[in-house]
Design a protein around this ligand. Structure first.
Ligand code: KG4
Ligand code: ZN
Length: 357
């Protein structure tokens, strides 16, 4: 029996230091042998957001033992690793550089191939780690750093249907939480507070709701919330605002997802309609329920990776590494860190003032 590939994945693009070993079973399906994620939430809490220099320092302090632990927990011998895959972008350059340099040095010392991985491609392939999922499918990536609708046609072949033109959806949750004086990252807490509130109490704007295809925008929502928080005094009013915010986000996502379904079908003409939802915000039960209901109505098979594979992790980076390894798509040791690295190179850059939709 031929040896199954063993891939070491390394992730350090933002505030999670992560390493994972994956392989394949006899049926050729991926298996996760270890998946270590160390979050820096405590480092950034007092600043209300990720501080790049502190994040990079924390990656440097932890990367050796996180990789060591991933190897130890997997039970494999270090010499049996077949390739090392590290995130090369997009992300914070000072953070990316840590995992990228470490991965290159590790691969060189083992004399094994190195594979530079796009972090978004990791999210896009993450559901393959625990479910048999063939291309093509539609992906909604909703995290603290990204909000995108992507047609996943094949490894390395993507069509971006929509993206946020300003804040990511998780960022909108966290900024709303900050205005309500909740510790960073406050997204999960907003969901808890929303359960106690009246979602019809505040009428909030829905930026680019009726234009811009399935592109998204959340910055106007934050400005409206800022004005309201200046006036509210009671806990009940805070709960009502959290509920109204979440309801508004859900209405935006429902409408934009329907548009994305249409664009996916028109462009890709899939035999089976599959919809994958990944990223930390996919943990939100209200958002999940709305998307599940929508899939039922529109005849889509929904795929939600387990929570530990939804947020940033290295198993998803190793997953891309595994597919590239099998195709011998290796990178040179001078592969650069890329703060900006869209999966669909043909998609227009849609960020900042002056974007017209
Ligand atoms: O994918 P992720 O773990 O990390 C990065 O963005 O890199 O996503 C984290 C984001 C944060 O903005 C967090 O507030 C949000 O996901 N989040 C949630 C929930 N759980 C996590 N937002 C809303 N409701 C939740 N239950
Ligand atoms: Zn991510």
């Amino acid at each position: 029996m031929s040896k199954k590939p063993l891939i070491l994945g390394i992730e350090s693009s933002c505030d999670e230091t992560a390493a994972s070993i994956i392989s394949e079973n006899n049926q050729g399906n991926p298996i996760v042998l270890s998946n270590i994620v160390s979050s820096q939430v405590d480092v950034h809490k007092e600043f209300g957001g990720v501080v790049p220099e502190l994040a990079a320092r924390s990656h440097i302090e932890k990367i050796d033992w996180i990789v060591q632990k991933a190897i130890d927990d997997s039970g494999i011998n270090i010499c049996d690793i077949d390739a090392v895959a590290s995130t090369a972008g997009p992300g914070l350059i000072v953070c990316l550089s840590v995992g990228l340099s470490f991965g290159k040095a590790f691969a060189a010392s083992l004399n094994k191939p190195f594979i530079a991985v796009n972090h978004l491609e990791g999210h896009a392939l993450s559901p393959k780690l625990n479910s048999e999922l063939d291309y093509p499918y539609l992906l909604l990536l909703i995290s603290g750093g990204h909000s995108q609708y992507l047609g996943v046609k094949n490894l390395g072949k993507y069509k971006r249907f929509g993206t946020t033109i300003d804040d990511a959806i998780g960022e909108a949750f966290d900024k709303t939480a900050k205005l309500l004086e909740i510790e960073f990252p406050g997204g999960p807490q907003i969901e808890v507070m929303a359960r106690k509130g009246d979602s019809n109490k505040y009428n909030l704007p829905k930026p680019i709701f009726n234009k811009g295809g399935c592109n998204l925008s959340f910055a106007g929502l934050k400005t409206a919330i800022l004005k309201i928080t200046k006036k509210i005094k009671t806990d009940q009013e805070k709960f009502d605002l959290a509920a109204s915010f979440q309801k508004t986000v859900i209405e935006i996502l429902k409408k934009k997802t329907k548009i994305a379904f249409g664009e996916f079908e028109k462009e890709i003409k899939p035999k089976e309609k599959k919809f994958v939802v990944a990223g930390g915000v996919a943990a939100n039960k209200e958002i999940r329920n709305m998307l599940l209901q929508l899939c039922k109505e529109e005849n889509y098979a929904p795929v939600f990776p387990p929570i530990e594979l939804c947020g940033d992790n290295a198993a998803m980076i190793a997953m891309v590494g595994l597919e590239k390894f099998k195709l011998k798509q290796f990178s040179n040791l001078d592969a650069p860190a890329k703060p900006r690295w869209p999966l669909d190179e043909n998609a227009a850059f849609l960020k900042g003032a002056g974007v017209s939709l």
